[in-house]
Design a protein around this ligand. Structure first.
Ligand code: ZN
Length: 136
């Protein structure tokens, strides 16, 4: 099991954390793959959004004379680049179960460009709330 205070692994049977000295509860921590899968979905959604964003910006800018630049396409592309980057950053907090709030924000941001991946990411991370380290 893991120390609720500092996250160090505590050997089964030990009553105190060797790292910070906190008393460890006898209840073993539940750990599932849900935050890992949710985090990976969010990161994949973010990376796909980055690819789509780059393609939209390049496509929008490459149509020839200035009057025919597709500003709407570029705008969508930039919004994909921003949300994709933030989705990857937030979701990276889900895999080590480090920060529930940032993990949820990452999954929510994955919704805008890639909702089929964002929705399961939000569900999986929400269900694994208790596996995250307590917020201080
Ligand atoms: Zn500890």
């Amino acid at each position: 099991m893991y120390c609720a205070k500092c996250g160090t692994e505590v050997p089964e049977g030990n009553r105190f954390c060797a790292n910070c000295g906190a008393a460890v509860s006898a209840v073993p921590e539940k750990r599932s793959g849900k935050p890992i899968v949710g985090g990976i979905l969010g990161i994949v959604a973010g990376v796909l959004a980055l690819g789509a964003g780059i393609a939209l910006v390049v496509d929008g800018a490459n149509v020839g004379p200035l009057e025919s630049v597709d500003w709407e396409g570029i705008g969508f592309g930039i919004s994909f680049l921003v949300t994709g980057t933030l989705a990857v950053l937030g979701s990276s907090f889900a895999i080590p179960r480090r920060n529930f709030v940032l993990a949820v924000i990452g999954a929510v941001l994955a919704l805008w460009p890639m909702w089929p991946l964002g929705i399961p990411a939000i569900v999986l991370i929400s269900l694994s709330y208790e596996e995250f380290r307590p917020l201080r």
